[in-house]
Design a protein around this ligand. Structure first.
Ligand SMILES: Nc1ncnc2c1ncn2[C@@H]1O[C@H](COP(=O)(O)OP(=O)(O)OP(=O)(O)O)[C@@H](O)[C@H]1O
Ligand SMILES: [Mg+2]
Length: 364
């Protein structure tokens, strides 16, 4: 359910035939997959799936597939997949058509296994129907949405796709005059809430998100410490620990390996410069969504910007966005969601409860 236009769906399993319905909200993120269910279960798992590379790996690991942190830790023995890069099933885009059908098939299998794993955590009863609302990037294409539903086929009895930032707003009952911004690993998603389902023009998806930021920081760190050895994983860890965008900050001193020796580098300026790169595209997108809104409600929208997603935890981001909005639009007020990890899944669960039958698509 990303927009009004493609929302209505049909062919529901008959609720009356089963003992009950378990509703599940699922946030299939690039970096984390979170689920919230009507039986009270809430879980999050890193969106990695790994399969043993060979017979020795299989003997060592004693499993056909590993998920989340465990998969990352054992990655040397595994073919590792991150199936929801940019919130869509990787390799399923036209732009990446260089990928072979076998690779695409493996990605789809990894996506399915991850959905199965996430739903396994929910522990539904055998006689329950499972209805799941799945979050996707705000502007995911119709094809991407179909593929996401395809990944859930056989595991959900009925499913629905919902734009991730819309789910965040819905979950917090912020149904009108709110601009939701969800800063994830693969995408930054914006959605303006105005009391109805969102249309295409209410939403923007940017790819200048957490993973992109890691690349920017990597380049800046290399400039500062050209002879140091470090990986993009380390850059991400450093970012998650120190990310900030303010003028003033505590110095950030980080130990990196250089010529085999731990060496301390001051990366304060690099982190500030890198993290600030995420701001202009977001401000531009805010400007677009505010300036094309009904003029009578523009001020309300500017003064109700809600930040969510892992990337929203950068120190000072709200304040820097407010300053930029003041310069560009005259005013701006930004608040942070309290639970960046579960805001999307909680909202999707709430929608699952509320949606009438004609919005669901049969998947069993
Ligand atoms: N304190 C922090 N400062 C900056 N970035 C952070 C911080 N903590 C986590 N992140 C980043 O947030 C991103 C993960 O956020 P989130 O879990 O919302 O993404 P996702 O839902 O998996 O991705 P997407 O929505 O794009 O599919 C990662 O890029 C991570 O490095
Ligand atoms: Mg997300």
């Amino acid at each position: 359910m990303a927009t009004k236009e493609d929302m209505k769906m049909t062919d529901l399993p008959k609720k009356a035939d089963a003992k009950g319905v378990l509703y599940v909200g699922i946030d299939l993120g690039t970096s984390r997959t979170s689920v919230a269910a009507s039986n009270g279960v809430r879980e999050t798992v890193y969106s990695f799936v790994g399969y043993p590379k060979d017979v020795v790996a299989k003997k060592l690991l004693k499993k056909d597939a590993l998920f989340g942190k465990e998969a990352v830790e054992k990655r040397l023995s595994l073919d590792l997949y991150r199936p929801f890069e940019k919130g869509i099933i990787k390799f399923s885009n036209e732009e990446t058509s260089s990928v072979t059908p076998e690779q695409a098939q493996k990605q789809m299998q990894a996506a399915k296994d991850l959905v199965r794993h996430a739903l396994g955590i929910v522990k539904s009863r055998k006689d329950e129907l499972i209805y799941g609302v799945i979050g996707s990037p705000a502007r995911a294409s119709i094809k991407n949405k179909e593929q996401i539903l395809e990944a859930a086929r056989g595991m959900l009895d009925a499913g629905m796709i919902c734009s991730e930032p819309f789910a965040v707003g819905y979950g917090l009952d912020l149904l009108e005059d709110t601009l939701v911004i969800d800063i994830g690993a693969g995408t930054v998603d914006l959605c303006r809430m105005h009391g109805t389902l969102p249309a295409e023009e209410d939403q923007i998806t940017l790819t200048t998100a957490g993973d992109w930021l890691d690349q920017q920081l990597y380049t800046l760190f290399k400039r500062k410490a050209p002879k140091a050895d470090f990986t993009i994983h380390q850059v991400k860890d450093i970012k998650e620990k120190y990310a900030f965008v303010t003028d003033s900050a505590e110095p950030v001193r980080v130990e990196l390996i250089q010529n085999g020796l731990p060496t301390v580098f001051d990366l304060t300026e690099e982190i500030r410069e890198g993290c600030r790169k995420i701001v202009p595209p977001i401000v531009q997108a805010i400007h677009q969504l505010v300036s094309t809104f009904d003029p009578d409600f523009q001020k309300k929208l500017r003064d109700n910007v809600l930040l969510g997603g892992g990337g929203s935890q950068m120190i000072g981001l709200g304040r820097v966005l407010e300053e930029a909005m003041r310069k560009m639009l005259g005013s701006g007020r930004v608040t942070q969601v309290e639970e960046p990890t579960y805001a999307g899944a909680n909202g999707a669960l709430k929608m699952a409860h509320d949606m009438p039958e004609e919005y669901w698509k049969r998947l069993s």
